[in-house]
Design a protein around this ligand. Sequence first.
Ligand SMILES: Cc1cc2nc3c(=O)[nH]c(=O)nc-3n(C[C@H](O)[C@H](O)[C@H](O)COP(=O)(O)OP(=O)(O)OC[C@H]3O[C@@H](n4cnc5c(N)ncnc54)[C@H](O)[C@@H]3O)c2cc1C
Length: 378
Amino acid sequence: MHAPLRRRLGSAAAAAAAADVTIVGAGIMGLNIAYQLRRRAPDLKVTVLERSKSLGVGSSGYSTGFQRALYAVDETTRLALDGMAAYKDWSTYLRDDAATAQFYETGALWMLGADPAENRAAQARLASFGVDADVLGADELGARFPLLSTEPTPEYDSEGDEVAFGGGELSALYEYGCGHLDPAACLEDLLVACRREGVDVRLGVGATSFVTTPDGSEVTGVALDGGHPTVHTSSVINAAGPWFNKLNATAGVTLSTTAVPIRVQVGHRHVPEEYLSLPFVGDGWGNPDVGGIYFMPRVANKQLLFGSIAPRFEQEEVNPDDYNQSLDPDVRSEFLGEAPLPRARNHRSANPSPAPPPPPVNQTRSTTASPASTRALT
Ligand SMILES: Cc1cc2nc3c(=O)[nH]c(=O)nc-3n(C[C@H](O)[C@H](O)[C@H](O)COP(=O)(O)OP(=O)(O)OC[C@H]3O[C@@H](n4cnc5c(N)ncnc54)[C@H](O)[C@@H]3O)c2cc1C
């Protein structure tokens, strides 16, 4: 890969460039691309520009950091497994024994409303990728995870009366081997690895626009904020996450696909020790637009992290420079309610009207440049 890459970048323009490749954005994408470029082409001059003075201000810093193989598209599954292999052997991947991020294997319980035949098909598909999975009915699930309710998420009408559930029997899929990594530690480790490999990572230096040839056909540089001189470069990679469109517009680039900054909501709260052994749970059992939640333990923090997978919570396009970073009141009342867990056994009989005062919760939120990954679950 090294030689062709050099040839492709080795134009006359590159000879005068201050960088061969300039990457905008030091999120997981920008830093990983920079690291991989230098591993493959150690002579390549790679610059990463990050407008914030610290890492993690974009989606990567707020990410749940969960990795799994269950995706609807084979290429995505292969990519995810490749990523998981790296995260599970992070020190080797980064060639750094002092790397701090650790992969916590939780497994995943998918309760997404699939029937037994659909779950068996998903199990066979995962098996074709070498991933083990079990198909569980309500009794097996209840016995294996006694903290979880096996009943569908209740839906209430405007009078506060429970709407009868018209679905069939619960069937769930338990996926082995998946888990999560702390995103902040992951970014810090990558920064160390990039700098060790000779990547010029500049924190606190933002790109204001792409500089192009007069006819606009080629990018020749990246103009910077704060009076920093323009970086001349033969290639640019836009890894600006939710800010991606804004930067592309400066070079008149329009794409055939859209990348929309969407606000999704994630919260976390302390839970008793016994809940920390729960797997990641993707819960769309019942009406997914009413429940539609995922949660997983963050063992190191003794917290349960939760986020929505209900479609109605994944449609809010926002300005990534100015958006509400608090949890919405309905998310607080629906997902935190009065029980320690959204699917805790005693929660099913709770009438949500009026909603109990929400317990204290640490709130986190961010935007993501692509529709939330959880969309791909169904
Ligand atoms: C709440 C949440 C939960 C998620 N959970 C998961 C999950 O469990 N599993 C999963 O696989 N994915 C998850 N995702 C998705 C995943 O986190 C993102 O796809 C990923 O982090 C995107 O990384 P990125 O590097 O493309 O963007 P970002 O992390 O947003 O990085 C972009 C960087 O570019 C910088 N930047 C922007 N404009 C400029 C500029 N003009 N000049 C210089 N720098 C600039 C920003 O400051 C930022 O640091 C989640 C996302 C969110 C928001």
